[in-house]
Design a binder for this molecule. Structure first.
Ligand code: SF4
Ligand code: MG
Length: 318
């Protein structure tokens, strides 16, 4: 097992005027091992996309560290950064918004390779694009068409082909299936899994709920209001969740069997998601937690390893 990426007490705050600070990411720590899929899960506004962008280096960090292969992402020389931005690629939630509507599929996929001057001849570049299209389940006949001619699932495949163009090692997928029909989601997840095997990729897979992330992730980190509240293997998280927020997220996953669905206990979250500008004192989850105690208002729960590899931040566990 080799650590590819280390995130150490990472904070990313935004000054938003009037002396106020939005604490989008407020001290998260985790490692990603080479070849694994790490799922990062939480409701919208929990900071998971900001975490992804800060890891990619699109955002400066406020505090902490992001180490890729032992090198600090935010302290790289221009040359190191260029290499990093080849090794790390991003797949976005809305493939339509991330693909230039006036470019052909060929141009869209070829662009990163042209920027990095990877191929001397137009012919070799074209052939690489055809290869990439086949890798993602499309073909060369699609190369001269435009994004609007494709379905959502096909557009996501084009986005994936583009992300693969520079032979990356690590892919940050920011809700890559959230905008797709349920029937298409499984296909894209399968594609990502096949590509991971074939190309030895490592994934950071960002999702807003726990329904699909289970099938793709080796380990999962649950975020709430800029904090990581629980982290463990995918199996352990579904079978033995510890944090009250994780339990609520799990109970929100619909089960297709009506008998099970009826007998199941839903844990409904109380109230609204508080603002990351004015987060609650103590435990950030306490305003919505049915188990909250007086200590939860006073003390921020420490990030502790309960059993090997299973971390949780909650006063219920000593
Ligand atoms: Fe609930 Fe307290 Fe645990 Fe926070 S620390 S999740 S408020 S029990
Ligand atoms: Mg997001």
């Amino acid at each position: 097992e080799k650590v590819l990426l280390s995130v150490e007490n990472l904070k990313r705050h935004f000054e938003i005027g009037h002396g106020e600070t939005l604490k989008a990411v407020d001290g998260i720590s985790f490692d990603i091992v080479r070849g694994e899929t790490f799922g990062l899960v939480g409701e919208s506004g929990c900071g998971k996309s900001t975490a992804g962008r800060t890891i990619l280096g699109l955002y400066n960090k406020t505090e902490g560290n992001v180490l890729f292969e032992g090198r600090s992402v935010h302290e790289m020389t221009d040359k190191e950064r260029k290499v990093y931005l080849k090794k790390v690629q991003m797949i976005f939630q809305d493939p339509y918004a991330s693909l230039n509507p006036r470019s052909t599929v060929l141009e869209i996929i070829a662009e990163p390779m042209e920027v990095h001057k990877l191929y001397k001849s137009k012919e070799a570049l074209k052939n690489k694009v055809y290869e990439l299209l086949e890798d993602v389940g499309l073909n060369r006949d699609h190369a001269n068409r435009y994004p609007h001619e494709f379905s959502g699932g096909q557009r996501q495949r084009i986005g994936i082909a583009r992300a693969l163009a520079l032979d990356p090692e690590f892919i940050i997928a920011d809700e890559p299936i959230s905008a797709l029909d349920v029937s298409v989601q499984a296909q894209v997840v399968k594609l990502l899994q096949r590509l991971q095997k074939e190309k030895g990729l490592t994934y950071l897979f960002i999702a807003h709920d726990l329904s699909m992330v289970k099938y793709i992730s080796d380990r999962i980190g649950v975020m709430y209001l800029g904090h990581m509240v629980e982290l463990t293997t995918s199996k352990q998280l579904y079978e033995n969740p510890l944090h009250p927020y994780t339990k609520a997220l799990l109970s929100a996953i619909p089960i297709p069997d009506p008998d099970i669905e009826e007998s199941r206990q839903r844990i409904l979250l109380q109230g609204e998601l508080p603002s990351p500008i004015n987060p609650p004192s103590g435990c950030v989850f306490r305003t919505r937690c049915a188990s909250a105690m007086s200590i939860c208002t006073e003390e921020k729960p420490a990030w502790k390893e309960q059993v090997s590899g299973h971390f949780v931040a909650c006063h219920l566990y000593k």
